[in-house]
Design a protein around this ligand. Sequence first.
Ligand code: ADP
Ligand code: MG
Length: 273
Amino acid sequence: LIAAVPHGAAPERAAITGEEVLRVTDIAKTYRRGGIFGAKAVVRAVHDADFTLKRGETLGLVGESGSGKSTLARCVVKLVTPEQGEIAYDGTNLRLLSRAAWKPYRQRIQMIFQDPYASLNPRRTVGDTIAEGPVTHGTPRAEALGRARELLRLVQLDAGAMDRYPHEFSGGQRQRIGIARALAMRPDLLIADEPVSALDVSVQAQVLALLAEIKARLGLTMLFITHDLRVAAQICDRVAVMQRGAIVEQGPTRQVFSAPQHAYTRQLLDSIP
Ligand code: ADP
Ligand code: MG
């Protein structure tokens, strides 16, 4: 596994500056679910999960299914509202913003998901899909379409894709479309929630290589969620290990994977075939 961790000093990697993009502190999110006979089940989905993200860095959130990774990421983009804590981005606590005040940040923090197909409109061409966000935010349509064409080249799809529909593409190609759509907003933070988990291993490798290249070229900062440590090893500069809602260990990928400090991290590493 360690052999798969790229050296941080490799020249093709984005420069990680000391500048802090995101600092999450003291976040807590509890879900209450109606149980049988009206009993309420309380799930402490996230607690004790402090982390910071520096410009140009990719931080992996790893841990088994149900450990709270998605909830933590969703708190950052306001899809989930935590009961407490601070999500400091660009000098602002995002948690305390109203929907209206949040809007400009929605543009700068983009998210990609496991299955982009679920969020791609089947009746909208790929070109319009990629251009839609910028057009909504005031970019002239012709300009947004021109940029969509450039983005298709960046994600290595041919320009013919512009006029085709999402169902005409494979899973890996759809994820490339999802990436292009996110990049169309010129985000400075990209949150990727299990972006390759639905793909075959060979396609996973291609999409990961693409993400690594884009990250280096655009200097993107990424929060990368995966339950798969092998995937984290390929793309993350640092990893934070989550267990039952808490980050139990975090550090440079190489260090955490070669000398894990927490028993749960060791257990995760041991479970890799
Ligand atoms: P992960 O992404 O690591 O799989 P999640 O953040 O999806 O973890 O889930 C963390 C915990 O919160 C799990 O116990 C899950 O069942 C619960 N959970 C997640 N979303 C909801 C929700 N919308 N309502 C109730 N419980 C939820
Ligand atoms: Mg998840």
